[in-house]
Each structure stands twice: as structure tokens, then as C-alpha cells.
Design a protein around this ligand. Sequence first.
Ligand SMILES: [Zn+2]
Length: 416
Amino acid sequence: MKSTTEDIHVLEQIFEQFYAVGITGMGGVTRLGYSVEEDEMHRIFRELAEKEGFQTYTDEVGNTYAANEISNREYYLIGSHLDSVVDGGRYDGVAGIIAGLMILKWAKENHLNIPLRVVAFRCEESSNFGRCTIGSGLITKRIGKSEVECLESRDGKSFAEIFKERGFSMDPAKIANVKQYLELHIEQGKVLEEYGMSVGIVTDIAGPRRFNVHIHGEAEHSGATPMNMRSDALCAAAEFILEVERIGKDESHRGSVATVGVIHAKPNVLNVTPGEVTLGIDLRGIEDESLELMEKRMREAVTYISAKRHIPFFVEKTSAATPIKLDAGMQKKLVDCAERLRITYKIMPSGAGHDAMAFAEITKAAMVFIPCCKGVSHNRNEFTSLESIYDGARVIYEYLKREGETYDLSEKRESH
Ligand SMILES: [Zn+2]
């Protein structure tokens, strides 16, 4: 490996290539999935890889790959995404791609004898179609045509139409020959920073359960309706929100969280009692049992508050995903690598969803987190240092180096 400064300079140069794409007046970037800005990000990725002498290609759903070898051998896949939320930051996803390119470069310079590919997935964020991890989901068959064909983009274009225009397929052949999947990503929380650790080795990815709760009170004159004759939906909501917080806190020892992130009150007028409220609830955890309990307690709170206040509540479950376990063997080896490199690490779950979820279902998958400043993400103020990307990339490279030592042996073993 070359000197640290030289490598960081390379990372910086790659980062700068992507810098201006989708720049907003406010200083962030908007690079929505399957938009021209995302296309441009993929074009740059391809160009950077080809300049280094790697082979590139695009799959049936538009994901872009760079490879040190294209053959029928099983390969290691390093992935992340190049799209962003609206007025988002420059590191979410991109950090993983920059790291991937660096690792590919190191592998070439050091004649690492393993087939390695870096993939930039399409449309990881739900910002454009209200659905996340589309590129990785379709190519692994984690999600099917029926789940995407009726989607619409923010500007009202149909997903099916967009795919047709671009010559992509909503029913692609499933990706094959992936021996293991690795992903570097910014943490998007502040755990690593609080603990002062350089990387996170991820154990599980939390499964979200989402609900809309509708509360039906009575919209009445706020001056003429006495306090004891009201059906105030917002007061009922307030009680419920605090209960959801309590439920999350009670389950926090198991790594669970509970959030009421959306509130719509009607008519939302100063001199009318709130007649109708809709809340959006996000329960997340890495243990199914904990998620189950949180949902049960949330429903009990609904019954209790509704009865006490004589106000009807309706619970609508909008989605439920099971938590994902990443490969324990890979985690252990990544920990060894971090120790060998004297890079401080923390073993931790991921609260946010990632492309790795799709691969964990078809092969062995692992994730390495790097800290991001104050945990800020999905925001134009998102920041992580190039040194952090470098540290994370080194841990993954060290891992692959070790894999390289036994790759031929395992290939032979598997073919017998
Ligand atoms: Zn991301």
C-alpha cells in the first residue's frame, strides 16, 4: 500500500468528481433514483473505473458494476448507492462507492488474486418513488415486478414507463455467483462519534414496522365548547405520542426504538378544536420479539386512550419488515482485521435500512460503518472525513486480502 496521504488524495479526487452533480441552491445535492442526476453519478463511476483499467457493465435494472475480472468464478461484491434524498448530503451511499473504487485499486496494485466487483445500486432512497432499495431489491429478487410497476415518481411519472424508456427490466434474472457481499456506509447516527470509535462492525439491520393511526374527534368552536364537552383529537394524540415514547424507552435495552414522526391535525386552525389527527409511527428493532411486544403495547395504548376519552382510533399497518442478521463469521473476521490494523471499532446494529439487506438473503453479507459528524444524515449538512472512509476501506481490504489467501482452495473444494 502507498502512503496514507497519497491514498487520501486519491479518495479526495474521486469525491470531487461527484461533488457538483445535482447541487442545490442550499448547498446540498438532489440525486433522485432513476433521474438524470443519478445517471450522471453512474456515468462518472463508470468513467473513473475504466480510467483505472477496470471492466464495467450495467445490469438489467440499471445498477453499474466495475470489476477486476469478469468470469464465471464466484466473486466478492462491494456495494452501495449513488442516489440521494432531496437536498441531501454527499456521503450517504457515495462513501461506500468511493471506498469500493479505492479497494479495487489496492487489489490491483497488490495483485490480490480474487475476483472483485464494486456495484453502485440504483434508487436506494425512497425519496423518488416512496420505496427504498429498488436496484438491489430487484436484482436479488427480494422485491418483484408487482411491487414496483405501479409506483410513481415525485413528478408523477410511472415507474413502468421510466423502465420502458430506458430499456430496463422489472423482472431481471437474479444476480448470480456472488460469494460474499460487503458494504461500507456512514452510520447515520451518532453512536460511533459518542464512543470515539473509527468503524462499526454491523451485526443486524433493524426491521421497521410502520403504522398510520387515525384519531377521530370533533371539530368545534374553541370558544363556545366547554372543556368537559370536547372530543379533542390532538389531546388524545398527545397522550398516545408520549406512550409510544415510553414503549420505545422500555425496549431500548434490546436496541429497539419507537417514533411518532408524522402528525397531521385537521382543521389545524386556532379557534377550532382539533377534529381529526393522523399520526405516522415507526417501530424498529433487531429482535422480532421486541417488535412484537412494542406493537402489542401500542395497540393496548390505543384501546385504553380511546376508551378513556371516548374518541375512536383506527390503526392501519402500512409495512412490516423482519430484522436482518448479517453473517457472524464475516463480522468476526472484520473485527480481527480492525484489530490487526489498530483501527478502533464497535460492534453494533444498524437502525437504518441498506442495500445489504437484499444480499443477506441470498449470500453472506457484512457491513462496516464509519462515523458521520453529529449523526447528521439525509441532510445537506451531512459530513464524514476522508480519513474515516480510508479507515473503513482499509478494514474491508484487509478482510479481502485474507480471503485471497484461501480463495483458490475454497474454489477447488466447492467444485468437488
Ligand atoms: Zn444510504
